[in-house]
Design a binder for this molecule. Structure first.
Ligand code: DC
Length: 225
């Protein structure tokens, strides 16, 4: 039986940074489910699919074969055989992922891949519906959040560091819009699992958040030693 740590929360809460750190410390794999939704969105964008055209999204998503492999501990996402990691972290792809992830066929394709990974490996998995839908029996469930202002600043710094031009005001508006879409969709909305531990990372360092999660893992009934 694998050990599962589920981290959910809104855009820019620091999920991936924290999840990667915890996974490294515990020698688990880190499963970034947002990257899978982004890869699907990237495929739909490349094919000029209107995100509101349900039929077109459903037809097109069946043509997108998304697979994951691990290269030196880092997740690589392959779309129809091609590594697409480098094109996924733009606001355009993130917004398209938020719009198209409400489609049940898109979710079904990706959640089965996520469940299969967690069956075979000890995982730290982050996303929006991990504790509620994908891994309802996870050993530790975290709902990681931070204020919209702090999250916008973090995203701004991340994009600026990559040399992408961006406007912090616009990023904050996009973040708020994206949270609303993710929280209000009918299927697997962003919400804390009933047994999730809330962590507000607004005024916490990465190490403080990671240590809190490690402590929770130690307290949970250990299936590994
Ligand atoms: O975490 P992220 O910004 O990479 O996610 C991009 C979008 O993908 C997010 O706005 C909603 C969707 N998503 C989802 O619906 N379910 C997940 N488990 C992960 C992401």
């Amino acid at each position: 039986m694998s050990y599962q740590i589920a981290i959910d929360g809104p855009a820019g809460a620091g999920k991936s940074t924290i999840a990667r750190k915890v996974a490294k410390a515990k020698e688990f794999i880190y499963v970034d489910t947002g990257a899978m939704y982004r890869a699907m969105a990237y495929y739909l964008l490349c094919n000029h699919i209107d995100p509101e055209d349900t039929k077109a999204v459903e037809k097109s998503c069946m043509e997108a074969d998304i697979t994951i492999c691990y290269e030196e501990g880092e997740q690589a996402v392959f779309l129809n055989g091609k590594n697409v990691n480098d094109v996924l972290r733009t606001e355009e792809v993130g917004n398209m992922a938020s719009l198209t992830s409400k489609n049940p066929k898109v979710r079904l394709r990706l959640t089965s891949l996520q469940k299969a990974l967690a069956e075979k490996n000890n995982v730290v998995m982050d996303g929006r519906d991990i504790g509620t839908c994908v891994l309802p029996e996870a050993d530790v469930k975290i709902f990681l959040t931070a204020s919209a202002g702090v999250r916008a600043k973090r995203r701004f710094d991340e994009l600026s560091a990559k040399g992408q031009e961006c406007d912090i005001q616009k990023i904050e508006e996009d973040i708020i819009k994206r949270d609303e879409q993710d929280m209000n969709r009918k299927i697997a909305p962003l919400k804390p699992a009933e047994d999730a531990v809330f962590i507000d990372s607004s005024y916490m360092s990465i190490d403080e958040v990671a240590n809190e999660i490690m402590t929770l893992c130690e307290k949970s009934t250990s299936k590994i030693n």
